[in-house]
Design a protein around this ligand. Structure first.
Ligand code: ZN
Length: 411
């Protein structure tokens, strides 16, 4: 999706503010001699930024306004090394609540709803974002925070909560506890706002059935406000994002080249209105694509497809970017194959070759199954793999996360 003139004007106002501030981005833009962008082509020349850059700016190197304008900080935990600190102005905090309120509205939540919030409060952006958005909308927040399942269920019954905000794993845990206790008739939930972890269709179905809810995927990351920059709608076909506050590009993670709508790649985000810590071309390492065309729900906000994992998982074969989640998604449409599979990529006779090993029980025709899987991969992804069907139990299993992709091309 090309950047619009309106978005460019906002980018220029951010560049101006960043140049004025002696922050990480201000210095970087100065180094590159950039003080404005005139066109979409100019925009594409702006340097990318990475989580590492943000970490190097620890603690307050991203702060791009005088400190008296900062009202809050949040932090994304690093599994390695220092965390990232994101400073927010009063306007940033208000804007985030507004974006989050839009998410609730997109999910059909109203002022009459009672919203049970189970994500954590604190340095993390999760809980407080759900809370502020709920208050902005005018619904009643039930701010539980995580854990304490006993109390969660008691409040859910007593307060007659109608909306559950949770990660998919916690929603499943609650669903199973409710079933175990046989208290389904005391639960009044109708909607679930589920955090952006990747979850399978099977898990979604189980949560929705057990809780009696319609579930919506919410997207966001601490570096860009937090959760609430996008959410799925009633059509459940992708995530609408708020393009008046953020500009999203999809790039080829290897070359950095922007990709056309419909092609899978890495999500890169530029904030258009953030003051405390504006970000320019921030590489999220999340994999998705922009869905072309209009959504059946009628919303004009553009859509990202469901996040398919991280760019670290991706491989390039015959010029096509591929990631294991895509193959797994296709295999899940074949009920006769087990959950174990392996992808081998090799270089044979001058060509990239993909062999896909799948397991099934003895009751199906192996050759026919292999042919059908190969055809479906070809039609969905664009090239034909060699599919090898084996008996259940043949592929290696391990306690650790099994390595599903074996790439021997560069060995
Ligand atoms: Zn829609």
């Amino acid at each position: 999706m090309e950047i619009t003139n309106e978005q460019l004007a906002l980018v220029n106002s951010r560049i101006k503010a960043l140049r004025k501030a002696d922050s990480f981005y201000g210095k970087r833009l100065e180094e590159h001699g950039i003080d404005h962008v005139d066109s979409a082509a100019d925009f594409k020349k702006l340097p990318f930024s990475e989580k590492k850059d943000l970490r190097d700016a620890y603690p307050l190197g991203l702060m791009s306004v005088p400190e008296e304008e900062i009202v809050r900080i949040h932090s994304s935990s690093g599994t390695t090394g220092k965390p990232v600190i994101i400073p927010y102005t009063k306007k940033d905090v208000e804007d985030w609540a507004l974006l989050f309120a839009r998410c609730y509205e997109m999910a059909g939540v109203t002022k009459r709803d009672r919203v049970q919030i189970t994500p954590g409060y604190g340095l993390w952006t999760a809980g407080i974002g759900f809370q502020a958005g709920c208050e902005k909308l005018g619904a009643m927040a039930v701010p539980m925070g995580p854990g304490n399942t006993e109390k969660q269920l008691q409040m859910m019954m007593d307060m007659e909560s109608t909306v559950l905000c949770a990660t998919s794993s916690y929603a499943l845990l609650l669903a199973e506890e409710i079933e175990k206790r046989g208290i389904e008739d005391k639960i009044h939930l109708r909607k679930g706002i589920i955090g952006s972890e990747r979850w399978s269709d099977k898990m979604r179905k189980s949560i929705c059935e057990k809780l009696g809810i319609e579930a919506y995927d919410i997207y966001g990351l601490t570096e860009i406000y937090g959760p609430g920059i996008g959410i799925s709608c009633e059509a459940h076909d992708g995530i609408h994002y708020w393009d008046d506050y953020i500009y999203i590009e999809i790039i080829d993670p290897q070359t950095g080249e922007p990709l056309p709508d419909g092609e899978w790649g890495e999500i890169v985000i530029t904030t258009l209105r953030k003051e405390g810590a504006p970000l320019i071309r921030f590489r999220t390492h999340d994999l998705s694509r922009i869905l072309p065309g209009d959504c059946p729900c009628g919303s004009k906000f553009p859509r990202l497809d469901t996040i398919q994992g991280r760019t670290d998982d991706m491989v390039k074969i015959k010029g096509v970017n591929l990631f294991p989640a895509q193959i797994e998604e296709i295999l899940r449409t074949f009920p006769e194959v087990s959950s174990e599979d392996q992808i081998h990529i090799s270089h044979l006779d001058g060509k990239d070759t993909m062999r896909l090993y799948v397991e099934t029980n003895g009751s199906v025709d192996f050759l026919d199954l292999a042919k059908r899987i190969a055809e479906r991969v070809k039609s969905r992804i664009g090239f034909t793999p060699l599919v090898k069907v084996v008996e259940i139990g043949v592929l290696p299993r391990s306690e650790k996360k099994t390595k599903r992709v074996i790439d021997t091309r560069y060995e």
